[in-house]
Design a protein around this ligand. Sequence first.
Ligand code: GAP
Length: 514
Amino acid sequence: MATQDEVFKKIVSHAKEYGFVFQSSEIYDGLSAVYDYGQNGVELKNNIKRYWWDSMTLLNENIVGIDSAIFMHPTIWKASGHVDAFNDPLIDNRDSKKRYRADVLIEDYLAKIDEKIDKEVAKARKRFGDSFDEAVFCSTNPRVLENVAKRDAVHERFANALNDNNLEELRQIILDCEIVCPISGTRNWTDVRQFNLMFKTEMGSTADGAMGVYLRPETAQGIFVNYLNVQKTGRMRIPFGIAQIGKAFRNEIVARQFIFRMREFEQMEMQFFVRPGQELEWFGKWKETRMRWHKALGLGDWKYRYHDHDKLAHYANAATDIEFEMPFGFKEVEGIHSRTNFDLSQHEKFSGKKIQYFDPELNESYTPYVIETSIGVDRMFLTVLCSSYEEQELEGGDKRVVLHLPAALAPVKCAVMPLVRKDGLPEKAREIVNELRFDFTTRYDEKDSIGKRYRRQDAIGTPFCITVDHQTLEDNTVTLRRRDTMEQSRVNVADLHKIIHDEVSINSLLRKLS
Ligand code: GAP
């Protein structure tokens, strides 16, 4: 059986082979951690964005959207704390000359201890069968107890070091845990240093005195600096939210795992403004709402978990991640943060403009508190891709690669195929395409055997294939084939639209949420 690593490699090459994701600037040997989306990738990505956007702006009458510029006044990043605190702790191995994030090295070490504990539990479950009591086992087994104690001790030191910004202690933990460089295998580590992740560029010609500006590392600040504009022009009353989808840029130290950690990526962020004191209640609500959004896709409820933060960002009083089980372990897909009134207060201070809300019910003014939901489009894309990919052995020794994409997200909804390229079948098939294409991304395919054509559509996750044959000319029925079950049924052309619509519309997902 293929290892998870091998599966992931296959998914990456499948993404390229079928026009989902290409390495940026490939003919120039590529640009590290930057990717382009191909003809199928862009459709899947747009569908993910549509699902998110509609779930925010259609299902919540108190959430509106904006689209702010990537360039913003540089003082915004001073006010938000990014100039001083948007850093990652980096460490180099002197032998391999490779650079790592010190916090990630320690997190990986902790994850390995967790894996050991899980293995012990799984082994015992197998041995004891139905009589197995996990709680009793974990509280008595010496090997589990030893690993739990070791993990908790390192974890506590790690959390304290992060909270105190203690770089020497981070290095000491790496040394004490005997963490080695995966390339050189040695423990010849440099000191830990802070590295600011923002990209900087210049605006205006040098003759005019160019201004240093940043490429935004998050879309959220574009929402905060427009808070007053939207609140006043939209006559918004608290609680209300502002949603935005857009590019963000981070000069990541270690860019790994394909589109999981990129230097140019896209975020879908929503800032929800609430009354001070009510933020933790709203934080809980948004935690649940966002998990429901993920689970409605049907990728497997067991693949999700929350991960509450040990180290809170400089602006937060509560934070959690929604993690998804990728082939390389549980990883963050979305962050939900209670950002207090930090950002609005800072912008008030740095801009000198009053940013307050007059609450008619309380008859007082205050700076609103904020709950943020922030999800990476690219990570979501990877989540969907990884959980959809399957290599299937079919009866008769045949094989197929199929993407079980949620139908509403699939790049192509249906493919129409004439059984043969003659006898008026292509013309009839084109007629059907011309009807369906107004509502669904529809492909016409007449090349190769029908089996090969089905395989091509399976590989890009097309939920429906429609085959036109001689009987179609007689009774206006076609064969409708379903991707996942490969089940085929005879349906009337007049019914196609409804059958497809019921399964592939974004509405079908949104209805699960409301
Ligand atoms: N405004 C809050 C914020 O930006 P974050 O946890 O740094 O919070 C939010 O980022 C989400 O953006 C992450 O959960 C992830 O999905 C995505 N993201 C962050 N850095 C990324 C990167 N380098 N490449 C791809 N996605 C990234």
